[in-house]
Design a protein around this ligand. Structure first.
Ligand SMILES: NC(=O)c1ccc[n+]([C@@H]2O[C@H](COP(=O)([O-])OP(=O)(O)OC[C@H]3O[C@@H](n4cnc5c(N)ncnc54)[C@H](OP(=O)(O)O)[C@@H]3O)[C@@H](O)[C@H]2O)c1
Length: 398
């Protein structure tokens, strides 16, 4: 049993290979503008009041919880600096990394967080217990296991009249002990359906909203994972990620006409998760290739470190859940607390030094960010194009 546990635990996330170190987070000033300036003007507060009223009525119609509207733009005498709060949508912000990121951004006073979650009450309670102030967030319903829900979310968000400056695709399910596949409302295997296809539709559709933002730096971030990268120790623990020739994805990963797995093989819940993460990292790069130059949007992915305490491991066996955090803390030393991981993702959202597009960010032992290398498969441009095209068909975009 001990052996079994240690081999399970060796799927732990090790420190990734370092390539290049970048600057750390800069909290006090964003793009050279102090936010304390943004609340001084009378004009600003008048605009703010009218925007609040407008937003609240719209959001009630959209059956979401209105908390408060973000601050608004203010022109300064020297230049037209955007002083309003940035608006960031974070999927899966009800727990773990998403919640810690929402908290870090809300606390900075510079961001209004749209918490896109499937469990409304859980998210409200989580925001409250994280100490997020009412005016720093809005909860909107999103179930990534239903394409209809994704479309409804987009509709609700647009009705709120909030500009979109950053989208963070963070939510995920991980079903390592499932012996049989489960399926989304549209009949896709759950991990691929939620982690990849739901996010793909969301990101593809919200691209125009990001494009229309007047914010100085607009970003689309898709959370990746070391486990999908076979150029790492953790990525080499079986079952390894492998999308094969994509025959299962071409068949709809629905288990009806073919396999529930992207590569067309037998179902394996741990592999399905890793495969979905490869898709996440491939899609970030494909977005970059197709849209960065035209839109100026920064596309990025990241591995925030091993956050061994999050709900991601809720479906793992109890022994794993007991031993995994100390194993990460004391053996691999790859353990990252939820708060630290949240600050890392918040950095990718807002740090002016992390605007390079097409990058997969990681952090070294000193918590300094660097551009990490993706595995051969996770950086295969031909495969990315094919996954994109097949995914467009599956979510009804082609
Ligand atoms: N934990 C790690 O060590 C680690 C390492 C590398 C990467 N990551 C990545 O980090 C991200 C966040 O994971 P986490 O560790 O913070 O896990 P987590 O605490 O379980 O968070 C996952 C979030 O996804 C949401 N979610 C699940 N299914 C959904 C659906 N159908 N629709 C909408 N939301 C859904 C969950 O909502 P509910 O609260 O309603 O369940 C939860 O908010 C994932 O992308 C994961 O791959 C994690």
């Amino acid at each position: 049993m001990a052996l079994q546990a240690s081999s399970l635990l060796s799927s732990a996330f090790v420190s990734p290979k370092e390539v290049k170190v970048n600057g750390g987070i800069k909290d006090s000033v964003f793009l050279g503008v102090s936010f304390s300036e943004s609340v001084k003007s009378d004009i600003n507060s008048t605009l703010l009041r009218s925007k609040r009223m407008n937003m609240q009525s719209v959001i009630v119609k959209a059956q979401t919880t209105a908390t408060d509207a973000p601050a608004v733009s203010q022109a300064t005498p020297d230049s037209k600096k955007t002083l309003r709060k940035g608006n960031v949508i974070i999927t899966g912000a009800s727990s773990g990394l998403g919640l810690a990121t929402a908290k870090a951004l809300a606390e900075s006073g510079k961001w209004h967080v749209i918490m896109a979650c499937r469990d409304f009450l859980k998210t409200e309670k989580a925001a409250k217990s994280a100490g997020m102030t009412k005016d720093s967030y809005t909860v909107m319903h999103l179930d990534l296991a239903s394409l209809d829900s994704v479309r409804q979310f987009i509709d609700n968000f647009r009705r709120s009249d909030m500009p979109l400056d950053v989208l963070v695709c963070n939510a995920a399910v991980y079903q390592p002990t499932a012996s049989q596949p489960s399926y989304t409302a549209d009949g896709f295997e759950m991990s691929v359906g939620v982690n990849h296809l739901g996010h793909f539709l969301l990101a593809r559709e919200l691209l125009d909203d990001l494009k229309n933002s007047d914010y100085p730096s607009k970003r689309l971030i898709i959370v990746g994972s070391i486990t999908g990268n076979t150029n790492t120790l953790a990525g080499n623990v079986p079952p390894k990620a492998n999308l094969g020739d994509l025959r299962g994805l071409a068949g709809g990963v629905n288990g009806m006409s073919g396999s529930a797995m992207i590569d067309g093989g037998d179902f394996d819940g741990a592999k399905a998760y890793k495969d979905s993460k490869v898709c996440n990292m491939l899609m970030m790069q494909e977005f970059h290739r197709r849209f960065h130059e035209e839109t100026g949007i920064t596309f990025a992915s990241l591995y925030p470190g091993c956050i061994a305490t999050t709900g991601l491991f809720r479906e793992h066996i109890p022994l794993f859940r007991l031993l995994f955090p100390p194993f990460q803390k004391y053996i691999t030393k790859g353990f990252v607390s939820e708060d630290d991981a949240g600050r890392r993702l918040a950095q990718v959202v807002s740090d002016p030094s992390l605007t390079k597009s097409g990058v997969y960010w990681s952090w070294n032992q000193n918590s300094a960010s660097f551009e990490n290398q993706l595995s051969k498969e996770a950086s295969d441009a031909d495969k990315a194009k094919r996954v994109w095209e097949l995914s467009e068909k599956l979510v009804g975009l082609a």
